[in-house]
Design a protein around this ligand. Structure first.
Ligand SMILES: [Ca+2]
Ligand SMILES: [Ca+2]
Ligand SMILES: [Ca+2]
Ligand SMILES: [Ca+2]
Length: 402
């Protein structure tokens, strides 16, 4: 008897039960091992449990699995054990045979018969949650259906997936990534234009997979195109109106602004862009276009009072993909009749006009515009005798009459 006592002293487990033999109820069960770790989902449907049965223990156990919705804690007593089979082996199993997931708890207590042959219950040990996860996660990828940049943003929708694999090749390729740290995620499509398939594998905590893909049309963006704008000429103190035609292959929102090289001749405030359907703000304009649509705009320029000379007007357009293109054209503001561009109409200018009229010299486009002081439609904008008369009037300090 003394020998047993010493052995029990060494083994705590034994001690508990044997020591309890002197009390009225058994101690708590010891050494519980369960095939499923607490709160860690597993897709194994068999739950195995095992606990220590001390040598010489003459009592038995009550053990029970409950679903989380039934009990997370349980107490075995004379009422709760009615009809329950006693366990003497210190081991039991449960088979999950539903097609959906479930969370279980396991409860176990040691029992023996007291001196009145009544069941004396030890404290109930509860273990859980035991998560049996046999269903794959739901899996959805949100991404643009088309793109003009190789890098796209992917976002992931799932119920219980925690890991993802993203690949341009196949499911499960590449690194295993934490979903929460990569949602949304920046992803590079494979090189070259065309239809790209992105493969995504979702994995839940139990290792169940769900595979899905997203097809993305990738094409390179073409910057907006402006129909070429001819060189412009205008007499001083006269507003200039230039028609512009714009197209964008892909369409979408386009923004533009126009600037002048020479601010003394044309300042930013002197430029305005107008059209129908968009929003203008002085020298800037924003509008929405459909793919390939021809958009007509008017660029209005009021040169600074009495200034003449040449400036470059540049129109910069940024398309919906952020690509910019700039189109420029020269604008020359001239003094009517001042062919040698010295600021006054002199005898030299009258002579040049005479030579153009006589066909002795052929005027350049600019000279033609300067000499053509009477653009009356009758002489077809050519330098006529009427224009020579006009330049002569200007030389003499008179205004142009009709
Ligand atoms: Ca699952
Ligand atoms: Ca474009
Ligand atoms: Ca002159
Ligand atoms: Ca004329």
């Amino acid at each position: 008897m003394k020998k047993i006592f010493i052995t029990c002293f060494v083994f705590t487990l034994h001690l508990l039960f044997i020591a309890s033999a002197f009390a009225s109820t058994p101690g708590e069960i010891q050494g519980l091992i369960v095939s499923h770790m607490e709160d860690i989902p597993l897709n194994s449907t068999q739950i195995d449990t095992e606990w220590s049965v001390p040598d010489g223990y003459t009592g038995y156990f009550y053990a029970k699995f409950t679903t989380a919705s039934e009990y997370t804690q349980y107490t075995f007593d004379e009422d709760t054990t009615e009809g329950l089979l006693s366990n003497t082996t210190g081991t039991t199993s449960y088979i999950h045979n539903s097609s959906s997931d479930e969370t279980y708890y396991f409860h176990v207590a040691a029992v023996w018969l007291d001196e009145y042959e009544e069941e004396a219950f030890g404290p109930t040990t509860s273990y859980g949650p035991i998560i049996v996860d046999i269903t794959p996660p739901s899996c959805n990828v949100d991404a643009p259906s088309s793109t003009t940049t190789r890098t796209v943003s992917l976002s992931f929708l799932t119920d219980d997936a925690i890991k993802i694999y993203v690949s341009n090749i196949s499911y499960g390729e590449g690194a295993e990534l934490d979903l929460s740290a990569n949602n949304p995620m920046s992803w590079d499509l494979s090189e070259g234009e065309g239809l790209k398939r992105v493969y995504v594998r979702f994995k839940d905590r139990a290792g169940n997979n769900c595979d899905t893909y997203k097809d993305i049309q990738y094409y390179e963006n073409t910057p907006s195109v402006v129909a070429s704008i001819e060189e412009q000429f205008s007499p001083k103190n006269t507003s200039v109106s230039v028609s512009i035609s714009i197209t964008d292959t892909e369409g979408g929102d386009i923004t533009m602004y126009a600037v002048s090289d020479s601010l003394t001749l044309v300042s930013i405030d002197n430029i305005s862009i107008t059209s129908i359907g968009g929003t203008g703000n002085n020298n800037a304009y924003t509008t929405s276009t459909s793919a390939g649509e021809n958009v007509s705009l008017t660029l209005s320029i009021i040169p600074v009072t009495n200034m003449y000379g040449t400036t470059t007007i540049s129109l910069t357009i940024t398309d919906a993909s952020g690509a910019s293109s700039t189109t420029s054209f020269p604008l020359t503001i001239f003094i009517p009749g001042d062919l040698n561009n010295n600021g006054i109409v002199g005898l030299d200018d009258v002579q040049s006009t005479f030579h153009f009229y006589m066909g002795k010299n052929l005027p350049t486009s600019l000279q033609q515009n300067i000499a053509n002081v009477y653009d009356d439609g009758i002489d077809n904008d050519t330098v006529s005798l009427h224009d020579l008369y006009g330049v002569f009037r200007l030389y003499n300090g008179f205004s142009l009459d009709q």
